[in-house]
Design a protein around this ligand. Structure first.
Ligand code: HAM
Length: 445
């Protein structure tokens, strides 16, 4: 059947929509993108110093990986995951988080037979179909750290220390670290029983979602944001009261490590985190209103900048074989940009130009790449606007960039193999042979 012609007005609408990014996503451009790269570079450098190595997993994974790892009944899996069916019939998901994929990779790449623990870091985009608002995007960026194959409390302490260290190194102040323990399997089973009994007693006062959660995944009642459930949640039993002796001892050691490192923390007995794979230590880092000179972060509900915890049982859930005791965390990089104290690091590849290259005439344009390349090899950062012709336009750009020297290549210089070096402050000029240029510029401040 022939396509019906599209009416002119709807064509216009389609064109306008097509020129916009999907809701909750955005382009990262220029300095903004450089600050993301600068942050990743800095965080990766710290992670490398502490013995972590990089990993990059695909943005697409099998849907079942997250359904099993993060859990049916969690908001991430039930409401927020982007899933798709390929033409071949595979069910895939855009990754909503990184831990499940790193654990998948641990098995797929035989990390079990390497010295334990395996310490990995990663960064990149993640996807959750959430309601976009300040600090909440549908495509967002995380920097993650995972220590896999150790049940020792020092692994928990390492992750918490490194996460807060990275945030401090990019200028953040007044961080609040909330920490809790949800214990091992045994502790979780008795807590779940107690929580279910407690909620059942108040079944008529809770929202329909929580009634479902109670049947399918009781711990998730604690993620409920419905004001109707808030008073019930507030009085709910606390995880710490149900810890087995081993879990208690583990948590006590973690707190001792934090204390000895001078890391301040608050124990938050309501913290369980919205992903099913956690056991033992869970923690979140948020800013306090003091870091909010512009009043962008509401003091009532600070957004969490980073979160993580132990996930001792995820290995077995995914592989069906043995447990891989592990601990990790991820920093939400987009949220750092809302904080006035964020230093917005710039990556090392970005060089402040020392000279501005000006070319006058076609003969000069023909030689310009030769000169720029001589300077690049000598590691002298150069700015230029090769598409411009006039001296005044190029000088104006040089002044705007606040560079110390302008290199001027006119027709005469192009023929003689020289270039004029103009000091932009004193306006004094020297004519220099092109091959002597790097040497000359290196002597200048
Ligand atoms: P998560 O708490 O779901 O944990 O996410 C970590 C951080 O990502 C959050 O603290 C937040 O800063 C940021 N984030 C989450 N959702 C959004 C969003 N829609 N927009 C902007 N930022 C967001 C995890 O993902 C775990 N995989 C962390 C982990 C690693 N646990 C163990 N290892």
């Amino acid at each position: 059947m022939a396509n019906k012609p599209t009416p002119a007005s709807s064509k216009k609408n389609i064109a306008r929509d097509e020129l916009q990014t999907p809701k909750g996503t955005r382009d990262l451009i220029g300095d903004n993108l450089l600050h993301y790269q600068g942050f990743f570079e800095k965080a990766a450098e710290i992670a490398l110093y502490y013995g972590f190595t990089p990993i990059e997993t695909p943005i697409l994974e099998k849907e079942s990986l997250f359904t099993r790892a993060v859990g049916d009944g969690t908001d991430i899996v039930d409401k927020e995951m982007y899933t798709l069916k390929t033409k071949g019939g595979d069910r895939l998901a855009l990754r909503p988080e990184g831990t499940a994929a790193v654990m998948r990779s641990y098995f797929e790449n035989g990390f079990q037979s390497k010295p334990q623990p395996v310490m990995l870091y990663y960064h990149g985009p993640f996807f959750r179909h959430e309601n976009p608002q300040r600090g909440r995007y549908r495509q967002f960026y995380q920097f993650g750290l995972e220590i896999m194959g150790s049940s020792k409390s020092i692994a928990d302490a390492t992750i918490i220390r490194l996460t807060s260290l990275i945030l401090q190194e990019v200028g953040l102040k007044d961080l609040t670290i909330k920490i809790n323990s949800i214990g091992d399997k045994e502790s979780q089973a008795s807590y779940r029983r107690e929580l279910t009994n407690y909620y059942k007693k108040h079944a008529r006062m809770i929202c329909p979602d929580c009634r479902d959660r109670l049947k399918n995944n009781p711990l998730r009642v604690l993620d409920c944001k419905n004001p109707k459930c808030a008073p019930i949640k507030q009085e709910a039993p606390e995880t710490l009261e149900f810890l087995s002796p081993d879990s208690k001892a583990h948590f006590k050691q973690v707190l001792e490590y934090l204390g000895s490192m001078g890391i301040n923390y608050e124990i938050d007995s309501t913290l369980v985190r919205g992903l099913d794979y956690y056991s033992h230590t869970v923690f979140e880092i948020s800013t306090t209103p003091k870091d909010d000179a512009n009043n962008t972060v509401p003091s009532t509900a600070p957004l969490s900048i980073a979160g993580g915890g132990r996930y001792d049982y995820l290995g077995k859930i995914l592989s069906g074989k043995k447990d891989v005791p592990s601990m990790g965390a991820a920093i939400g990089v987009d949220r750092l940009f809302d904080l006035p104290s964020f230093s917005k690091p710039t990556p090392r590849i970005v060089k402040k130009p020392k000279v501005f290259f000006i070319q006058l005439s076609f003969d000069a344009k023909l030689r310009c790449f030769e000169i720029i390349e001589i300077l690049r090899r000598a590691k002298v950062p150069v700015a230029q606007s090769l598409t411009k012709d006039s001296l005044s336009a190029q000088l104006a750009t040089a002044e705007r960039l606040n560079v110390s020297y302008a290199l001027i290549l006119g027709q005469k210089e192009a023929l003689e193999g020289t270039v004029i070096v103009r000091n932009m402050d004193t306006r004094s000029q020297d004519t220099i042979k092109v091959d002597k240029l790097p040497e000359y510029l290196k002597k200048m401040k």
